[in-house]
Design a protein around this ligand. Structure first.
Ligand SMILES: Nc1ncnc2c1ncn2[C@@H]1O[C@H](COP(=O)(O)OP(=O)(O)O)[C@@H](O)[C@H]1O
Ligand SMILES: N[C@@H](CC(=O)OP(=O)(O)O)C(=O)O
Length: 454
């Protein structure tokens, strides 16, 4: 049995959904279909999830929501029309959305999560009706009924262990299960969404729960490329990649697959295949526990922006027992997670995602580090990118860091931080955001340009 997840671009309009039906029909083992909300139909288009966020924000600010609501409903109307479905399904969707809009806004996060999740929920209802209408008996399954229980983190929920047992009972269904991605329910029955891009996570949870032979992730590219194709021209395709390589790359910018989606399949050893809805016969990229070695030490290079650095210096810091712990505790108390902590004798930098910071938090953190840890220089710097070079072959390849640093120096950019992960499958460089793209291109030509991936 396979679980096939179709991303936003694969379900963006009627034409795409017809391709999805053909793909599912072509292989009877595709019994579980996880769907996203309709995504972009063209570059300048808006995803339904973004339209829903606009709608939720308008409602919270007591603005007139009618136009924004119609923007969403019209996307489904257009799809239903193109698929030859009865318009009644759109009336059901509109009614559902109006009910959600009228719910209490006293807890803003809860309200927004509930509106956002309707994108996937209503699309799953629509797609299962379409499957049935073309002779593919299908059943929409709500994550609450299926028991996809999650913890109570708004906009970034995580599945609880019992979710897997609950969902496993769906194995015996004789119909194709159409499951909405992106959200689950707490034990108390509160809806919570995953992080953006989180339908990948739902697919992985379902695949692990039903012990699928394969988790297929259908998107709009033939494979995972060695670098972001929006920055590097025609990057090489990756045939096979390990879970840990993919985790490192997804976390740091390979938006094609959500990094958190790797955990459930990794734990159960289920292989993943990234495939193209627009070209399903292409082999795609396989994500596996172990892959055959190739000649290259580097598998991929990713880049992501939105990082800030907290710089702290204090003379004789190295002699002070507990300094690092106390510093990180201050961040913990501000609910901030960190990514890297490169340090010298008398200084330490803490690198974190900037979205966790507010001007007030920054002032509080600086005050506490000065007053409680008696540091001499404490300041934040923003607008950094992390460029991560990843490959299983890196740990037995000498001179790789030197090659990467030399390539970066050719761009004239300054390296703010270097961090070699202890697993030695990754090497991260902190650079100013303005240099991100040119560094990515230079590193790509250093490690990939002369040879084709085998
Ligand atoms: N290294 C990479 N390999 C392939 N695609 C990538 C990579 N990095 C970024 N992408 C982008 O990811 C996109 C697919 O992911 P996403 O937009 O989330 O699709 P979906 O709508 O299927 O969920 C591709 O169109 C591509 O622009
Ligand atoms: N629709 C949600 C969840 C998701 O996974 O979407 P997509 O498959 O289009 O990346 C989002 O936009 O974040």
């Amino acid at each position: 049995m396979k679980v096939s997840k179709f991303g936003g671009t694969s379900v963006a309009n009627a034409e795409q959904i017809k391709k999805v039906a053909a793909i599912v029909k072509a292989d009877p083992s595709r019994k579980f279909v996880v769907v996203s909300a309709p995504g972009k139909r063209f570059d300048a288009d808006k995803k339904v999830t973004d339209l829903l966020i606009e709608l939720a924000n308008a409602a919270i600010h007591n603005e007139n929501v009618e136009e924004k609501l119609q923007n969403v409903v019209n996307r489904y109307r257009e799809i239903a029309e193109g698929l030859g479905l009865e318009q009644i399904i759109c009336d059901v969707i509109e009614k559902d959305l109006r009910t959600r809009i009228l719910e209490s806004k006293s807890n803003v996060e809860l309200f927004v999560d509930n509106i956002k999740a309707s994108g996937e929920d209503n699309n799953a209802k629509l797609i299962s009706s379409y499957f049935t209408s073309v002779g593919m008996p299908a059943q929409y399954v709500n994550p609450k009924t299926a028991g996809l229980v999650v913890n109570d983190l708004p906009e970034r929920a995580q599945a609880l262990p019992e979710a897997y047992d609950n969902i496993s009972t769906l194995r015996n269904s004789s119909e194709i299960i159409v499951f909405p991605g992106f959200f689950g329910y707490t034990k108390e029955g509160i809806l919570r969404t995953f992080e953006r891009g989180g339908s990948d996570i739902t697919g992985s949870i379902v695949a692990a729960a039903i012990q699928a032979e394969l988790y297929e992730n259908f998107t709009d590219v033939d494979s995972v490329f060695c670098a972001n194709p929006r920055v590097v021209n025609s990057p090489a395709e990756i045939e096979e990649i390990t879970y840990r390589e993919m985790r490192e790359l997804s976390y740091a910018g390979f938006s094609v697959f959500h990094d958190e989606a790797l955990m459930p399949v990794y734990k159960t050893g289920i292989p993943v295949c990234i495939k193209n809805t627009n070209n399903p016969s292409a082999p795609g990229t396989k994500i596996v526990a172990e892959r055959k070695a190739n000649r290259r030490p580097v598998t991929g290079i990713s880049a992501d922006n939105g990082f800030s650095i907290l710089y702290v210096s204090k003379y004789l810091m190295n002699r002070e027992i507990g300094f690092g712990r106390k510093l990180l505790q201050i961040l913990e108390e501000e609910n901030i997670s960190y990514e890297h902590t490169p340090s010298g004798l008398d200084d330490i930098s803490v690198i974190m995602r900037s979205h966790q910071l507010t001007p007030e938090k920054e002032v509080r953190i600086i005050d506490r580090v000065i007053n409680e840890l008696h540091a001499e220089d404490v300041h934040f710097r923003h607008d950094f990118s992390m460029i991560v070079v990843v490959g299983e072959g890196m740990n037995n390849s000498t001179g790789l860091a030197a090659r990467a640093a030399t390539a970066i120096s050719r761009t004239g950019a300054n390296i703010e931080m270097i961090n070699q992960g202890s697993s030695e499958v990754s090497l991260a460089f902190g650079v100013h955001r303005s240099n991100e793209d040119k560094i990515l291109r230079e590193l790509y030509s250093e490690f990939f340009a002369p040879v084709t991936v085998g």
